[in-house]
Design a protein around this ligand. Structure first.
Ligand SMILES: [Zn+2]
Length: 432
């Protein structure tokens, strides 16, 4: 009944099955007989325990289990020529496979069955040439169209090769550097391989027709997704060209580095300069502050190095400021230029930033002290605040508090003050 076209077979099929599909896949229909419905209940079990003998080749090429590992068309959504018999494609031990396009996996299954002892080349689902990796990824006209389109779009000259490795090397050695174009020339070949592979699988398993336009569209979609996740930098003229062509949607301007030459500046005549800083020990989170008062010639008038214990960084900075102001006032200094490297604290005192509750009281007292003098409060870079920083660090490591004059100042701080008074330049790189 599966293979014969005899009168009784046709009678049985018409009476009980009432559909034209192969018996192994035919479903029950409204008009199916009770006999057919009962047969369906045991069909899978019977199939599992059946063996197909090739004999005169009347077995179905796609639906019968003639290779021993299940029907060849089992994983196909679309079976070409469903009525194909084995004898249609095999005469006198010679295959005639013009009507079928076998995938590599199907080829291997036939080969492994060892029932016919044949090696069959599988066919490219696009051009029906022999299906090899090199063919699908570089030689096939589908692959050359896809590579060609992207090479034209990105203006990349990668010679046409018959070897996938050489093709990839052609792309990867094309451009180097950090430009968006260089990054794309590195990742796009991977996208090409991935999308070509997906197109091949769709052609074999979903019976779709591969199209170069569709593959290129999918690759451009991937490029857009990558550019969205990691905006590429606009680093050279080629990148500008990429942007104009709309290959990548988002290109950010590359930041350039600016070199700043910094030096401590002495205060104007009649002013003193107070530099203050806070410091913390990384392990115990204990904090300390330091400050140094110098005149217009860079001479040290006074300095302090105080241990504050367990505090927050902001508390240490604020307490050092308060202590420095009190020291200046106690020495009768009226014109003070205060420099600190904490921009946050500067903004808090200037009222441009909300005062954290922990330093509320200290800031209020510092404002009272500032009202008693003429002052200028400015931000400085860490490099030009090194002397105050060295005093804060001293207190962190020693755990005590001291006030110094020019003679008793620690050696390190004395050295830094000498560099400052000679306008020793510090170099800082700033992104602009
Ligand atoms: Zn092909």
């Amino acid at each position: 009944m599966r293979t014969s076209d005899a009168l009784w077979t046709r009678f049985m099929r018409t009476k009980h099955v009432a559909v034209t599909e192969h018996l192994t896949t035919a479903p029950a229909s409204q008009t199916s007989s009770a006999v057919w419905k009962r047969m369906l209940r045991v069909r899978d079990f019977v199939e599992e325990h059946s063996q197909t003998l090739i004999k005169n080749g009347s077995a179905s090429f796609w639906y019968d289990n003639w290779i021993g590992s299940g029907p060849l068309g089992k994983h196909r959504l679309h079976v070409p020529s469903p009525n194909l018999c084995l004898r249609d494609v095999l005469h006198d031990n010679i295959w005639h496979l013009d009507q079928v396009s076998l995938s590599s996996e199907e080829m291997l299954r036939i080969h492994h069955s060892q029932r016919l002892g044949f090696n069959l080349p599988s066919k490219c689902p696009y051009c029906e040439s022999t299906d090899t990796l090199a063919h699908w990824f570089v030689e096939c006209s589908l692959a050359t169209q896809v590579w060609g389109k992207l090479e034209q779009l990105l203006d990349i000259r990668a010679p046409s090769h018959h070897d996938i490795i050489l093709k990839l090397q052609g792309w990867w050695s094309n451009i180097s550097g950090k430009s968006a174009m260089a990054k794309l020339s590195h990742i796009v070949p991977l996208f090409v391989c991935w999308e070509l592979w997906k197109a091949r699988n769709r052609a074999i398993f979903d019976a779709t027709t591969p199209s170069a336009t569709h593959v290129v569209r999918q690759i451009l979609r991937l490029i857009h997704l990558v550019a969205l996740a990691h905006p590429l930098s606009l680093a050279c003229m080629d990148d500008d060209w990429l942007l104009k062509r709309g290959v990548v949607p988002f290109l950010k301007k590359a930041k350039s580095m600016q070199v700043l030459s910094l030096a401590w500046a002495s205060p104007p005549a009649s002013y003193v300069k107070l530099n203050i800083d806070g410091s913390s020990s990384g392990i115990l989170e204990t904090l300390a502050g330091g400050g140094i008062i110098r005149d217009q010639h860079g001479h040290v008038l006074s300095a302090f190095s105080s241990f504050y214990g367990f505090r927050t960084n902001m508390q240490a900075e604020a307490m050092a400021l308060l202590e420095g102001l009190h020291l200046c006032i106690s020495l009768g200094m009226q014109y003070i230029k205060v420099e600190l490297d904490s921009l946050v604290l500067l903004n808090v005192i200037n009222g441009e930033r909300r005062c954290p509750w922990r330093i509320d009281e200290v800031i209020a007292r510092a404002r009272v002290a500032l009202r008693q003098v003429s002052f200028e409060l400015t931000h400085c870079y860490k490099e030009t605040n090194a002397a105050a920083d060295s005093l804060a660090k001293r207190a962190v490591s020693s755990g005590d508090s001291k006030v110094f004059d020019a003679l008793s100042l620690p050696i390190l701080t004395t050295g830094l003050c000498k560099l400052d008074s000679r306008q020793y330049p510090y170099i800082r790189y700033v992104r602009v």
